[in-house]
Design a protein. Structure first.
Length: 182
């Protein structure tokens, strides 16, 4: 009898400690550009979102800073940003809104929302796409993190080339990756 009680207690503890995780991202929304955890060498940020159902979305962009001596200091690399996410991290961060864009409503089963942001300073940016219900509340949030760096630091753009990759080329590259995969 005692063994059955212990076995039952163990099963109850196992089931109660297991939690079910539901994705809070909309599967019908894909941030095509920039790809998650990309490093871009530009002062312009081209955002493109693919929608595969008639919905309303609202895009916002925030910059992540670390707080050092009560001052905001830009985080510049994805690795540095990831260190701030570790629960035992002692790095204080602050997110500052860079842009909140007007809502976009898709009436088709395939639509693209594209917006170019200019004068983007180096740092880590979080692109958030909220799926909005009829009352204006966010139902889902899809996010991508991108590192923006100065053009001059681009290790893949030798000085001998005068034509750096444009935002349009980056958009098309991201679009093809989202359609066909890696």
């Amino acid at each position: 009898m005692r063994k059955k009680f212990i076995a039952l207690l163990v099963l109850i503890v196992i089931f109660l400690s297991t939690s079910v995780v539901f994705a809070d991202q909309n599967p019908n929304v894909t941030i095509v550009n920039p790809m998650n955890e990309d490093t871009l060498y530009s002062d312009n940020l081209l955002i493109s979102v693919k929608l595969t159902e008639p919905i309303t979305v609202k895009v916002s962009v925030t910059q992540v800073f670390k707080v050092v001596n009560s001052a905001n200091v830009a985080i510049t690399t994805i690795d540095e940003y990831k260190k701030t996410l570790v629960p035992e991290s002692s790095i204080d961060t602050e997110q500052v809104t860079f842009a909140t864009l007007d809502p976009f409503t898709s009436t088709n089963n395939l639509s693209f929302y594209t917006k170019k942001l200019e004068n983007v300073k180096p740092g880590i940016y979080i692109i958030s796409v909220n799926t909005i219900d009829t009352e204006g509340n966010a139902m889902y949030t899809n996010t991508n993190v991108v590192s923006m760096r100065p053009k001059e630091e681009n290790p893949n753009d030798p000085a001998s080339f005068d034509t750096p990759q444009s935002g349009t080329t980056q958009f098309l590259k991201g679009l093809l990756k989202s359609i066909f995969g890696n």
